[in-house]
Design a protein around this ligand. Structure first.
Ligand SMILES: [Fe+2]
Length: 316
């Protein structure tokens, strides 16, 4: 059985903080689970975590609003290209009229892949999202007063990677990460881990002619995907396995306050992370109150007023 049970979080560089909050919270009904700062570098940049109300791993998408620094990332291959959220079957019309109301751009066509209908729509910074219709996602619905349970997002269904070459990456998904290849449809390859189904699905989109995308933090790309593992011990088992296979591009275990992170590049160039589930968001806010206050890790807490003063105020 794979050590990887599914997704932990996805992290993207976006433009402004307020429009990002409006996109996830107002439009999609996600909860702001944690409001903190990017822990790399000197200049404060928000780190905003969105997910279901419990902040469950596998529902989490996090943002760095990089417009403040004026850094743009380059979309391309070797990146997570699309974040796919699951919604119940029959809900796409609800979302299309909601996109009209919120002036969110979306595609006219509704394609079907692996027997699932999907609706493409766009974050204000250009990042691509799909709503994928499925009745197999039993996670709690992200309801709001204008989003009924029958249509509500359940969590991250899958991710779609853009890859110029797939052969080594197919091998890596199986031998290194324990995923099973469960289908191919034209340029799309589908993999599942653990029990399979929503939250445990990775897709490759083979795009041999797409230019290389950037690996920096910046506006307009999904920077990395984190998979959930139990502990630092499991991170180290994975790290040894990758090194044994010849993939030396791995980090040490890094303290991210709410979890520990080990980063690695998969053969197709996408930044992956193994994030631990042994800590969580309740270390500084009670469940039911996640995301209410600006939070800092113990080593930055003395600088709270200074850091907040250098960030744009946001309203949730
Ligand atoms: Fe991460």
């Amino acid at each position: 059985m794979s050590m990887i049970k599914g997704f932990h979080h996805l992290t993207a560089g976006v433009s402004g903080a307020q429009e990002d909050v409006d996109f996830y919270v107002k439009l999609l009904g996600q909860s702001l689970v944690k409001k903190t700062v990017l822990l790399d570098g000197e200049d404060p940049i928000y780190h905003l975590y969105y997910g279901n109300a419990n902040g469950d791993p596998g529902t989490l998408v996090t943002s760095f609003p990089f417009r403040q620094k004026g850094v743009k990332a380059r979309p391309g291959s070797g990146q997570v290209r699309v974040i796919n959220y699951s919604v119940p079957k029959g809900s796409l019309n609800f979302w299309r009229s909601r996109f009209d109301n919120f002036k969110v751009s979306y595609d006219v066509e509704i394609p079907e892949r692996f027997n699932e209908r999907r609706q493409r729509f766009y974050h204000p910074c250009g990042i691509e999202f799909d709503l994928v219709e499925t009745d197999l996602d039993t996670r709690p619905a992200c309801v709001a007063k204008d989003i009924p349970e029958a249509f509500a997002v359940r969590g991250v269904h899958s991710i779609t990677l853009s890859l110029r070459e797939v052969a080594e990456s197919i091998r890596f998904m199986g031998e290194a990460l324990g995923f099973r290849q469960v289908g191919q449809s034209g340029p799309y390859y589908r993999f599942e881990t653990h029990t399979g189904g929503p939250g445990m699905v990775v897709e490759f989109f083979h795009e041999p002619d797409r230019h290389q995308g950037s690996s920096i933090y910046g506006e307009g790309t999904i920077h990395h995907v984190a998979f959930a593992v139990d502990s630092v011990d499991q991170q180290m088992i994975l790290k040894d396995r990758f090194m044994g296979m010849g993939y030396i591009d791995t980090s040490e275990s890094v303290n991210r306050n709410y979890f520990r992170s080990m980063y690695f590049k998969m053969p197709g160039g996408v930044i992956f992370e193994a994030a631990t589930t042994d800590i969580g968001f309740a270390i500084d806010e009670e469940p039911g109150h996640f995301g209410e206050e600006f939070q800092l890790p113990p080593w930055l807490v003395d600088r709270k007023d200074e850091l907040l003063g250098r960030l744009e105020p946001i309203a949730v």
